[in-house]
Design a protein around this ligand. Structure first.
Ligand code: TRP
Length: 447
C-alpha cells in the first residue's frame, strides 16, 4: 500500500476542490455554451440544475470518497465487492482520459494567449483580424500542439509532487486573484457599446428557447463545471479530513464555481455584442472576444497578461485533478509508483490531445458523427458520459450506500447537524436520477 496524502486544512480542501471545479469550464466553456443555447433561459435552467442535481451529486461524491478513502475504481470495489458497481469506476477513468485529452488542447490555447499578450500581439488589431488570427493558429495544427505539450508537462510535474506539496499550494492564492480580475472586467463591461444588449442576452429569459437539447447542454455544463460524474470529486473527497463538514465544503465549492461562471458571462457578452461576434460561434467564442476587450481598455496590456496567467493556473488546477483520478487508480490498483503512473497516464493523454488538436485543422478527416473529434469528445463527455456516471453515483448513494452510513458521513459522525437530510435523501433517490433520465430519454426520443 502506498501512503495516502490528505489535505492539511479545511480551507485547503475547499480551495483544492474549488480549484478543480473552477477552470476553463467557467471561462471558456460556460460562455460558449450559453451563447449557443440562447442566453438567459439557459442560465436559469443551469442554476436550477446546479442546485438540484449538481450539489447533491457533489455531496454524494465527497461522502463516498471520504468514506472509502480510495480512488474511484477502488472505492466501488470496496463499497460493493463482487458487484458490478466498479464499472462506474471504469467509466470514470475512461471519461477522465477523454476530458484530459481535449481540455489540454484548450489549455494550450490559453498558454499561447499568455505568450501573445506578453509580446503585445493583439494591440491595434480589428475584431476581424483577431478572429482570423485565431483561426489560422488552430488550423496550423502543430502550433497549438506545442503549447498543449507544455501544458501537459506542467500538469504532470505538479501531480508528481503529490497532494499537499503540489495541488493544494497553488490553489490558495490564485483563485481569489482570478476572481478579482474578473470583477475588473465586469466593471469594464459597463463602458462598452454592447453592454445593454449583452446584459439583456444574459438576464432577459425567453422561455420558448428551452428545448431538450438546451436542457441536455445545461445538464452537461453543470457536470463539467463542477467536475462531477467521473470520480474527480470522489478522489478529492478521499483526501478531505474526517472533521470537515461536507455540506459546507460542497456548497462553498458550488457557489464559488457558479459565481465565477456568472461573472465570466458578464465580462464576455457585452464585448461579444460590441465587437460584432456571433454569440453562438462555439468553442472559439472567448478566444476571439477577450483580446478585443484587453485591446481597447486602459491598462489592458498588463491586465491581459495577468488574466491569461491566471487562466492558465485555473486550467492547471483542474487538469491536475483530472490526471489525479488516473494516477490514483494506477498507483493504488496497479501498484505502480506515483512517478511511473504520472508518466504513463500523462503520455497517453497527450497522445489523445494530439488527435484532438489535429482534428481541428480545416481539411482534417478526423471526424466522428460529422463533428471533428475535439468537438465530439467535448459534447459527448459532458452530455453523456458524465451524467451517466452521476446518475449511478446518486443511485448508489441513495439506495445502496446505507442511510446510516450516509448520515454518519455527512454529519462527520454526529459532529454536525444535517438539517436537510431527508430532502437530500429524496433528491439522490428520486429527483436527481429521474431528472437525468428524463432529459436523456427525451433526447433519445423515448419520451
Ligand atoms: N471542472 C473543470 C472546469 O470547469 C474541469 C474538470 C476538472 C472536470 N475535473 C473534471 C470536468 C472532472 C469533468 C470532470 O474547468
Amino acid at each position: 500500500m502506498h501512503k495516502r496524502g490528505s489535505f492539511g486544512s479545511r480551507f485547503g480542501a475547499i480551495a483544492a476542490a474549488a480549484g478543480s471545479a473552477i477552470g476553463l469550464g467557467n471561462i471558456w466553456r460556460y460562455p460558449y455554451v450559453v451563447g449557443e443555447n440562447g442566453g438567459a433561459a439557459f442560465i436559469l435552467l443551469y442554476l436550477l440544475i446546479v442546485f438540484l442535481i449538481g450539489l447533491p451529486c457533489l455531496m454524494s461524491e465527497f461522502a463516498l470518497g471520504r468514506f472509502t478513502r480510495k480512488n474511484v475504481f477502488g472505492a466501488f470495489r470496496k463499497l460493493a465487492p463482487k458487484k458490478k458497481w466498479y464499472l462506474i469506476g471504469v467509466l470514470g477513468i475512461v471519461t477522465s482520459f477523454v476530458i484530459l485529452a481535449f481540455y489540454s488542447v484548450v489549455a494550450g490555447w490559453t498558454v499561447a494567449f499568455l505568450k501573445d499578450s506578453l509580446i503585445n500581439e493583439f494591440s491595434g488589431l480589428s475584431a476581424a483580424a483577431i478572429g482570423s488570427n485565431f483561426d489560422g493558429f488552430v488550423a496550423s495544427g502543430w502550433e497549438p500542439l506545442l503549447w498543449t505539450f507544455l501544458f501537459c508537462l506542467i500538469t504532470a510535474l505538479i501531480v508528481m509532487l503529490g497532494i499537499e506539496n503540489g495541488i493544494e499550494r497553488y490553489n490558495k492564492i490564485m483563485m481569489p486573484m482570478l476572481l478579482a480580475i474578473l470583477l475588473v472586467l465586469c466593471i469594464n463591461s459597463f463602458s462598452l457599446d454592447g453592454f445593454k444588449e449583452g446584459i439583456a442576452f444574459l438576464f432577459r429569459p425567453d422561455f420558448s428557447k428551452i428545448t431538450v437539447d438546451v436542457a441536455l447542454s445545461a445538464l452537461g455544463q453543470a457536470f463539467f463545471s463542477l467536475s462531477l460524474g467521473m470520480g474527480t470529486m470522489m478522489t478529492y473527497g478521499s483526501y478531505i479530513r474526517r472533521q470537515d463538514n461536507l455540506l459546507f465544503t460542497s456548497s462553498t465549492v458550488a457557489i464559488a464555481d457558479l459565481s465565477i461562471a456568472i461573472l465570466a458571462g458578464i465580462a464576455i457578452f457585452p464585448a461579444v455584442f460590441s465587437f460584432g461576434i456571433e454569440p453562438g460561434s462555439g468553442p472559439d467564442l472567448v478566444f476571439k472576444t477577450l483580446p478585443n476587450i484587453f485591446g481597447q481598455m486602459t491598462g489592458g496590456y498588463l491586465l491581459g497578461i495577468l488574466f491569461f496567467l491566471l487562466l492558465v493556473v485555473a486550467a492547471l488546477t483542474s487538469s491536475v485533478s483530472i490526471l489525479e483520478v488516473l494516477v490514483a487508480y494506477c498507483s493504488e490498483e496497479l501498484n505502480l509508483s506515483r512517478k511511473k503512473s504520472v508518466i504513463i497516464c500523462a503520455t497517453l493523454a497527450f497522445g489523445a490531445s494530439v488527435v484532438c488538436a489535429l482534428s481541428q485543422m480545416p481539411d482534417s478527416s478526423l471526424k466522428i458523427a460529422g463533428q471533428n473529434i475535439f468537438d465530439f469528445l467535448d459534447t459527448f463527455s459532458s452530455s453523456y458520459l458524465m451524467p451517466v456516471g452521476g446518475f449511478f453515483i446518486v443511485i448508489f448513494t441513495g439506495w445502496f450506500f446505507g442511510k446510516q452510513r450516509l448520515h454518519a458521513e455527512l454529519s462527520s459522525d454526529g459532529v454536525y447537524k444535517v438539517r436537510y437530510f431527508n430532502l437530500f435523501l429524496f433528491i439522490v433517490r428520486y429527483l436527481a436520477p429521474i431528472a437525468i433520465a428524463f432529459i436523456f430519454f427525451s433526447k433519445i426520443g423515448i419520451l
